[in-house]
Ligand binder design. Structure first.
Ligand code: SF4
Ligand code: SF4
Length: 384
């Protein structure tokens, strides 16, 4: 199965907020020029011929201003029409204005934003005033009919409010996508906010339970993805596939990297869009070779793991960024992935072979169903 083609455009690494646990923004980062967009179109024209999703990411991509999007979106959309591009944007929404929304609307750009729960949980880790500014941008985007979903980052502090956070998303009717806070590479104390893998695993199991108890009132995208992985035996999001070769990020200066997470890291710079590199040329770069090396490493390191086909060692960035490219282990979130994959598999097997009347077992062997089931969630996913 071919992994979906995904291009991330990083108009700047700068950001107007200052979240305590941020690992990716850079002060004084330049803004991408329209020439770089034109070079990107010229590069992608011949690069691959399958449908592409183009996500504007950052830093904070709206810092590029409405004029950037008024020019970039038609250039990409028309220049790459044969790849039927679909667009997306990841933003804190502070810079959302009517003018900005009007630039995005014709291209149906869905927005992923970030809120870590109610204001009392969000602002202590994202900064005073964050909640209000993001919600103001959210209202503007919604008033123009743009779709907005929120990513919720769980830190080692906010995880203590997991119940409150889940209830907040459910009551607001927001689908939840969650991220564990990563150790910051910019910081002297990188683990200060990071969510330890074991706690992340327990959080996923907790959220699975809450989700199953509230299937018709809530939506947790990560749990959907994890169940889809187990059910289809294939990764359905980048973390659980070999992302190299299907995902690329283009930095503000036109540098090509394996993913937005690597932008600005010299070891992972693979080339420049202005040079129109072929896949073979990119494959000669150190960054590409490191990613390939990681793929081979996973085949061995995870060889005995029951989940390897739909986990693939997790995210290479998590595994190798902290060690400056030295491959010393798989994604440190491995215990979390193993925990939730085990849980989903066990429950699914129980439901299919012990509790399901169509399994042919005599009813006296059937156990009383104590929890809402994974199969109900599978049904929900299929019917959506
Ligand atoms: S490096 Fe990680 S975040 Fe980036 S595309 Fe690969 S799996 Fe996804
Ligand atoms: S759960 Fe851990 S050991 Fe298994 S494939 Fe994923 S990263 Fe590898």
């Amino acid at each position: 199965m071919k992994n979906p083609f995904h291009i991330m455009i990083i108009p700047t690494l700068g950001c107007c907020s200052d979240c305590a646990y941020c690992w990716s923004s850079e002060e004084d980062s330049p803004i991408m020029s329209i020439q770089t967009i034109q070079d990107t179109v010229a590069w992608l024209k011949e690069y691959r011929d399958d449908p592409v999703t183009i996500t504007f990411h950052g830093g904070e991509p709206l810092l590029a201003g409405p004029e950037f999007y008024r020019q970039a979106l038609p250039l990409l959309s028309e220049g790459l029409a044969h790849l039927t591009p679909e667009f997306a944007l990841q933003s804190n929404l502070w810079k959302m204005t009517d003018e900005m929304a009007e630039a995005l609307v014709p291209y149906h750009v869905p927005i992923g934003s970030s809120i870590d729960g109610p204001r009392e949980v969000n602002d202590p880790q994202r900064g005073t005033g964050y909640y209000e500014k993001t919600m103001r941008g959210y209202e503007i985007a919604r008033s123009h009919g743009l779709s907005v979903r929120f990513i919720c980052t769980f830190t080692n502090r906010s995880v203590q409010h997991r119940e409150e956070i889940f209830d907040y998303f459910m009551e607001k009717g927001f689908p939840m996508k969650l991220h564990p806070a990563l150790p910051s590479l910019r910081d002297d104390s990188p683990e200060e906010w990071a969510l330890p893998p074991e706690e992340y695993g327990e959080l996923l199991v907790y959220l699975l339970d809450r989700y199953l108890e509230n299937l018709d009132r809530s939506e947790i995208m990560n749990i959907n993805d994890l169940v889809r992985c187990v059910f289809t035996r294939h990764g359905t999001v980048c973390t659980y596939v070999d992302c190299m070769g299907s995902t690329y990020a283009i930095g503000p200066d036109g540098g090509i990297y394996p993913c937005y997470r690597f932008v600005g890291m010299p070891d992972f710079l693979m080339g420049y869009v202005s040079d129109n590199p072929t896949m073979e040329e990119l494959a000669e770069s150190k960054g590409w070779k490191l990613m390939e090396e990681y793929r081979s490493y996973v085949d061995t390191a995870c060889g005995d793991c029951a989940h390897i086909t739909y986990c693939r060692g997790g995210c290479p960035y998590n595994a190798i960024a902290r060690t400056s490219g030295r491959i010393e282990g798989v994604d440190p979130h491995c215990p979390a992935y193993a925990r939730i994959f085990d849980e989903i598999n066990d429950r699914l097997n129980r439901e299919m072979y012990e509790e399901n009347p169509i399994s042919g077992r005599s009813s006296r062997f059937r156990k009383k169903k104590v929890k809402p089931g994974i199969l109900s969630l599978v049904q929900k996913i299929i019917s959506n």
